[in-house]
Design a protein around this ligand. Structure first.
Ligand SMILES: C[S@@+](CC[C@H](N)C(=O)[O-])C[C@H]1O[C@@H](n2cnc3c(N)ncnc32)[C@H](O)[C@@H]1O
Length: 329
């Protein structure tokens, strides 16, 4: 109070007696109670034995919680192990999945059945008849930019049901190479006389093993088509290394564009990615839109004519197919 008024010239200082009179005459509400100073308990020796028991119980409880927490964290540790095991199981599942791992796929029995090529045990669709329109468009692209009509060289990677190879062969190219790796497909090709066709060269084995030889021999192509099974985008990137060496300057490279095609948004993203990656090889890509058959769409899954009726997993779900054509920029 004093300090606050020190700088006020109108302040009158009262001596102690005057102060007492002044305070006694103050109205009741201005009279201040002397402040009670709180003295903290520094030592807990005021506790009754009852309180002590309560405290001991609390300590015991806290210790138990701590112990329980330790046990729980140990259990989390053991559930991490289970998590690890689960990851390993998932990895194993992927390795054993013929649609995901080439080495597994190549050991898996296949059958040609009801307009499709499927894995015998699981019923995975390797190739299906509904793609014939897409194969027609692809074949047209391969013959679009012929360098010399007397030396038309085409290669198709992945025979499957032979849909595109039948179309290619009907156009009578000078040389028609076919890469195929699966023994059951090769057997079917043999049965159907593909090995005897005069202009056909069947390259038995994985393209990774057979195409580099062509590169070394200096074989060049007007058209290269790629449509395999159980391979991934990384494989395609590996293929691009060969494509740039095998394609004639005017040649066209096309592929079955099923990248991420079980979800439209992913399909769109891959369209951009493949564009960027091919441009790194000096290739530019264009896409033609083809309406996909209604029978492939999810809304028709329950219908009798759904193409996925007896197939394990639908690999196509988009309303539009982006048919790709890549050539040197
Ligand atoms: C989807 S099918 C091709 C369908 C074909 N476009 C058609 O018109 O019938 C895929 C084919 O690629 C073959 N294949 C898978 N991986 C391969 C590889 N690394 N090298 C060569 N062929 C492969 C499969 O055995 C299968 O016959």
């Amino acid at each position: 109070m004093l300090l606050r008024k020190l700088n006020d010239p109108n302040v009158e200082f009262l001596d102690d007696d005057e102060m007492e009179v002044y305070e006694n005459n103050l109205p009741e509400e201005y009279k201040q109670e002397p402040e009670q100073e709180e003295i903290p308990d520094l030592v807990d020796d005021s506790k009754t034995s009852e309180e002590k028991v309560e405290k001991d119980e609390k300590v015991e409880k806290d210790e138990k919680v701590e112990k329980d927490e330790k046990v729980e964290s140990k259990e989390i540790g053991s559930s991490e192990k289970t998590f690890e095991q689960k990851v390993n199981e998932m990895k194993e599942e992927l390795i054993n999945d013929p649609s995901n791992t080439t080495s597994t796929y190549l050991k898996t029995k296949l059958e040609y059945k009801d307009g499709a090529l499927v894995t015998e045990e699981r019923g995975d669709g390797v190739m299906m008849q509904w793609e014939d329109k897409l194969m027609q468009a692809a074949s047209d692209s391969l013959f679009k930019s012929i360098d010399d009509p007397k030396d038309v060289n085409i290669v198709n990677i992945g025979f499957g049901m032979g849909i595109i190879d039948t179309i290619i062969n009907s156009k009578n190219p000078t040389k028609h190479y076919i890469c195929e790796a699966h023994p059951d497909v090769l057997k079917k090709m043999e049965e159907d006389g593909w090995f005897e066709k005069p202009n056909v060269v069947v390259l038995k084995g994985k393209w990774q093993d057979t195409l580099p030889d062509l590169l070394n021999q200096g074989v060049f192509f007007d058209g290269i088509y790629y449509d395999t099974y159980s391979e991934h985008y990384e494989d395609m990137l590996e293929l691009f290394d060969l494509i740039v060496g095998l394609l004639k300057p005017t040649g066209i490279f096309s592929f079955f564009n099923g990248l991420g095609a079980d979800r439209l948004v992913v399909y769109e993203v891959y369209k951009k990615i493949v564009d960027i990656d091919l441009s790194n090889y000096g290739l530019e890509i264009s896409f033609t839109e083809i309406k996909a058959p209604e029978t492939t769409l999810e809304e028709n899954d329950g219908e009798e004519n759904s193409v996925w009726k007896d197939i394990k997993r639908a690999y196509w779900r988009c309303p539009v197919y982006y048919h790709p054509e890549a050539r040197f920029a």
